[in-house]
Ligand binder design. Structure first.
Ligand SMILES: Nc1nc2c(ncn2[C@@H]2O[C@H](COP(=O)(O)OP(=O)(O)OP(=O)(O)O)[C@@H](O)[C@H]2O)c(=O)[nH]1
Ligand SMILES: [Mg+2]
Length: 237
């Protein structure tokens, strides 16, 4: 099977410490789960290929490469923040269903992302909420009702059992893919429009106004070869 690389896509995974960000990514990429906490420091980028579409007649499948950016150790993260956030195509904010504080910090993570991202890019970039550890049913302190008001796509997941992890990522990636495709179409349309406009201007020279700038003369002082007292000359003074 041959693949055609069509797009790259950068997804950030944000959220309080120990909410299960790394466990979620590991479940998606390696199909494993570890009860131990991770002790990595800094930023970790995990790549995953997503294929979609039917095979065309050359037997080439389109492939979307996902880069999932995970962070640990907040102090280190602060100093890397602007590079970390740059050119993100999607943002996942995680909170732990058994930890109310991590839920109350959702806006903190959203604001942090928005602080380092141009407003237009913020508008174009989808954010999803991943409620983690849904297997710990006896300890859940954040109810579905509490999550309702957030205007983002919401997914309940468990990295431990694997519940809804792949489905949630697939759904979110599909959304990013559709948005990127719509944005590309819009850009192409605008480019074609501009080309057409340029062409019609070329064919109709009268439609363009030509302005020629003449060099300004400082007549009074020019024979002395000095512009030092230019403020007194009749042109500038
Ligand atoms: N029961 C249960 N435990 C989980 C789940 N996801 C993660 N954990 C546990 O929660 C702890 C923290 O998980 P991590 O993936 O290291 O959390 P993190 O958000 O990456 O933490 P930092 O990197 O320190 O910010 C670990 O002990 C995991 O085993 C889950 O879905 N269910
Ligand atoms: Mg981690």
């Amino acid at each position: 099977m041959l693949f055609k690389e069509v797009e790259k896509c950068k997804i950030l995974v944000l959220g309080d410490p120990k909410v299960g960000k790394t466990a979620l990514i590991r479940r998606l990429s390696e199909y494993t789960f570890d009860e131990e906490e991770t002790h990595k420091v800094g930023i970790d980028v995990v790549k995953k290929h997503v294929t979609f579409g039917k095979n065309n007649k050359d037997n080439i499948k389109k492939r979307f490469t996902i880069e999932i950016w995970d962070t640990t150790n907040q102090a280190e993260f602060q100093s890397l923040s602007s590079g970390f956030y740059r050119n993100a195509d999607g943002v996942i904010i995680c909170f732990d269903l058994t930890n109310y504080e991590s839920f109350s910090n959702i806006d903190y993570w959203r604001n942090n992302y928005e602080k380092f991202t141009p407003p237009q890019k913020v508008k174009e970039t989808p954010i999803a909420l991943f409620a983690t550890k849904c297997d710990l049913t006896d300890d859940i302190s954040v109810t579905s009702k509490m999550i309702e008001d957030f205007e983002m796509d919401k997914y309940k997941t468990s990295a431990k059992t694997g519940e809804n992890v792949e489905e949630a990522f697939k759904d979110f990636i599909k959304k990013i893919w559709m948005l990127k495709r719509a944005q590309k179409k819009e850009r192409d349309k605008n480019r074609d429009k501009n080309k057409e406009k340029e062409k019609s201007e070329e064919n109709d020279p009268g439609s363009r106004q030509v302005i020629t700038l003449q060099p300004q003369k400082h007549q009074k002082f020019e024979d002395k070869g000095s512009m030092a007292d230019c403020s007194k000359c009749f042109t500038c003074g």
